[in-house]
Design a protein. Structure first.
Length: 101
């Protein structure tokens, strides 16, 4: 007989903090991978982009492999501008969204 969702959760409770942590890491990886796709679409190698940013190729690689949270806003701005884009940063407070950069 199949177990109901309630029975399954009672038997194996879910740690929401762990789930949210995994979710955040996955979203970070997707965002970082998207930066890589944009760089490649601009026909730039990591070495070429690193030269434009005046950082090491290793730093570009770390940004593209979900190290976005530890990347300074100025570095992200330069990264995006180097591939031809514009970085926008906004704050969301309730129903209000305010662009701050």
């Amino acid at each position: 007989m199949a177990m109901s969702m309630e029975e399954m959760l009672a038997k194996r409770p879910v740690d929401r903090a762990v789930v949210e942590g995994h979710k955040k890491r996955m979203l970070d990886e997707v965002r970082a991978y998207r930066l890589r796709e944009l760089r490649e679409a601009s026909e730039l190698t990591q070495v070429q982009l690193a030269g434009r940013l005046q950082v090491t190729q290793n730093r570009v690689s770390r940004i593209e492999h979900s190290d976005i949270d530890r990347t300074q806003v100025d570095t992200l701005r330069k990264y995006v501008e180097a591939i031809g884009g514009t970085l926008h940063i906004e704050v969301e407070l309730g129903d209000e969204r305010i662009q701050i950069a």
